[in-house]
Ligand binder design. Structure first.
Ligand SMILES: [Zn+2]
Length: 89
């Protein structure tokens, strides 16, 4: 066990590196820290699932622009598309 893992991630940190994690651009040790946090945090786990859905739908994510607000906007867009689909558009 290495010393770098001693500082646990908080949710805010976890969310901020999540888009890189989904894109596979997160350094291995950061990914490990995030995975440890996700294992303990159902909220961030849920958030990750939403992010994966959003990225799969849009094809990509821009990490710099992906603030929490921008992420909420993406999820809103995604949900609107789903609503339009079920409305038969
Ligand atoms: Zn969390």
């Amino acid at each position: 066990m290495r010393v770098w893992a001693a500082r646990p991630l908080v949710c805010r940190d976890a969310v901020s590196i999540m888009s890189d994690f989904v894109d596979g651009r997160l350094p291995r040790r950061e990914a490990n820290r995030l995975e440890r946090h996700l294992a303990d945090c159902p909220h961030c786990h849920e958030h990750l699932e939403q992010l994966r859905l959003t990225i799969r739908t849009l094809g990509h994510a821009e990490p710099e622009a992906l603030t929490e607000t921008a992420l909420d906007d993406l999820i809103e867009v995604y949900q609107r598309w789903r609503a339009e689909e079920s409305a038969g558009m």
